[in-house]
Design a protein around this ligand. Structure first.
Ligand code: ZN
Length: 528
């Protein structure tokens, strides 16, 4: 099935073509092996024949994937290719020669190796010719029309070039004009003003949701990304930034700007101050090397509403003693976005990272070493076998040496040299195995483990970004291996519960007096 060009991709054309083709296939009792959809690549440019889904299909046919033949069904022939007629003809010939039957819904035609007769050939060529010309004209018409419109706009003329408008503008009348939607324009202004006041996009989205402001698009609530989109849209200050989309390609800004194209809803000064505020915010929150800051992302959840706990950085703050600290918090995403959760607690990240790591490290230290027992046994067996091999090789070598000395024969000397090599190899292997056994028997003591873990813990905050990142990655994977549930309670009793090793439930509480946390653990309640 073929799907034509970018202009058509907006409507229901694809759905309709698909339905028509499916119906036609089922009427003919063909089973559908694949549906080829080339969205937005122009048939006119001839890219289909060598690239895209159709190109892959042709390659598969060439590779012999359909030994029993296959039907290529399309709505109309011109959906397959709008290249020059001669090329289309050759292309169709090759396909049918390779065993493909080309069928069209339109007119119920079949073109195959057997019935590719003169009449069909003429029809194909003529149809291709017509659609080629039509494409050519259409493309020229469109291109010329756009170029003319741009020239008029650039020369200061005012008119609506396309009916597409930002969400806060309506297009009304004939000839059409843009009219600001006053309620929505007011919301856009509010977003810019809150940005100047220092609120981030997430905070602004939350405020809008809390105030019950209906979102512009189809989303059910305001999101930070949509707020960002509005803040970044030059249409608020009236500018149209022209973009060009090559057929099948990406939308690219041409750099051409038409001033005063849209009605202005944000004055230039408010706009400038909002842009400055955004720049300042991003400078503050993306300090160098702050990668992998939150060890619990993807794991931590709010106990009240099960939303994920998200990491909020408020930048750096200077303490009374002059030192700088990162102001980082974990906050319930449901609360943050104004989605009705009451857990407004901002969990100081540094305190809770320490508080959660303590019991996890404790748990890691008390791990059972049952597995290493069998490892030890296997190693002892290996050593016994290697000792036997060494003994046999040694005995042979000794006897060869004896014969060589007694008889003085050269063959005995050669044999002795070879056997000595065998003894050397066996003794190297034996030595290695003995070392492994020593290492296994000499498992690190509790003190050594503490030392190692505390070293890792210090590295979590190392100044060197790479050291820090490596340590944090290690700790993070250990946490994900050990902890299956991590929940933040609030706001009445601030604390965390987590499940460790599917065996223990750990409760961590915040202690106001200590300014830190304390924890207790117990077996998982089998009733819960
Ligand atoms: Zn919540």
């Amino acid at each position: 099935m073929r799907w034509s060009s970018a202009e058509q991709s907006r409507g229901s054309t694809l759905e309709r073509q698909r339905d028509d083709c499916r119906r036609h296939a089922s009427e003919n009792e063909w089973s559908v092996v694949d549906e080829l959809v080339d969205d937005g690549i122009s048939a006119f440019k001839g890219q289909h024949a060598s690239t895209g889904a159709l190109g892959r299909f042709v390659a598969e046919v060439d590779a012999g994937r359909y030994p029993d033949g296959v039907v290529l069904l399309c709505e109309k022939l011109d959906r397959l290719s709008r290249q020059e007629p001669g090329k289309v003809f050759l292309w169709m010939m090759n396909l049918t020669e390779a065993g493909v039957t080309v069928a069209t819904v339109d007119g119920s035609r079949r073109y195959s190796k057997g019935n590719f007769d003169m009449a069909s050939i003429i029809e194909v060529v003529v149809k291709a010719q017509l659609s080629h010309e039509e494409s050519e004209k259409k493309s020229q018409r469109l291109g010329a029309a756009w170029a003319a419109k741009r020239r008029r706009l650039n020369s200061g003329e005012k008119f609506v070039m396309t009916r597409r408008a930002p969400a806060w503008l309506d297009v009304v009348g004939s000839p059409p004009v843009f009219i600001p939607n006053s309620e929505r324009a007011e919301i856009v202004r509010r977003i810019f003003e809150e940005t100047v006041a220092g609120f981030g996009k997430a905070h602004i989205a939350r405020n809008l949701n809390l105030d019950g402001v209906p979102p512009f698009g189809r989303a059910e609530a305001w999101h930070a990304s949509y707020v960002q989109k509005i803040l970044r849209n030059p249409a608020v200050i009236g500018e149209l930034h022209l973009a060009q989309k090559a057929r099948g390609g990406e939308r690219m800004m041409t750099g051409e700007v038409i001033l005063d194209y849209y009605p202005i809803v944000i004055d230039a000064d408010l706009h400038r101050r909002a842009m400055l505020a955004m720049k300042e915010r991003s400078r503050v929150s993306t300090g160098r090397g702050r990668r992998l800051v939150n060890l619990f992302s993807g794991l931590a959840r709010c106990d009240a509403c099960s939303s994920k706990m998200i990491f909020r950085s408020k930048g750096r703050k200077q303490r009374a003693d002059g030192s700088w600290v990162n102001e980082d918090y974990l906050v319930c995403d449901g609360y943050q976005r104004g989605r009705g959760c009451q857990n407004r607690t901002h969990y100081n990240y540094t305190i809770w990272e320490n508080g959660i790591l303590d019991p996890i490290i404790f748990e890691a230290l008390h791990e059972d070493h049952a597995a290493s027992q069998s490892e030890l046994r296997g190693n002892e067996i290996e050593i016994a076998q290697l000792e036997r091999i060494w003994e046999v090789a040694k005995a042979k070598a000794d006897s060869a040496l004896r014969i060589a000395i007694e008889t003085g024969r050269p063959e005995a000397q050669v044999a002795w040299t070879a056997l000595t090599d065998e003894v050397d190899i066996a003794s190297t292997k034996l030595e290695e195995a003995r070392e492994r056994l020593l290492a296994l028997k000499h498992a690190p003591s509790k003190e050594e483990q503490w030392e190692r873990i505390n070293g890792l813990r210090a590295s979590l905050h190392a100044d060197d970004g790479d050291v820090r990142f490596e340590a944090r990655s290690k700790v993070r994977s250990a946490i994900f291996a050990l902890v299956t549930d991590l929940r933040f309670h609030g706001p009445d009793t601030v604390g965390v519960t987590m499940i460790v090793g599917n065996e223990w439930s750990v409760t961590i509480d915040y202690n106001d007096m200590l300014g830190g946390t304390e924890w207790i653990r117990g077996p998982i309640d089998p009733m819960s």
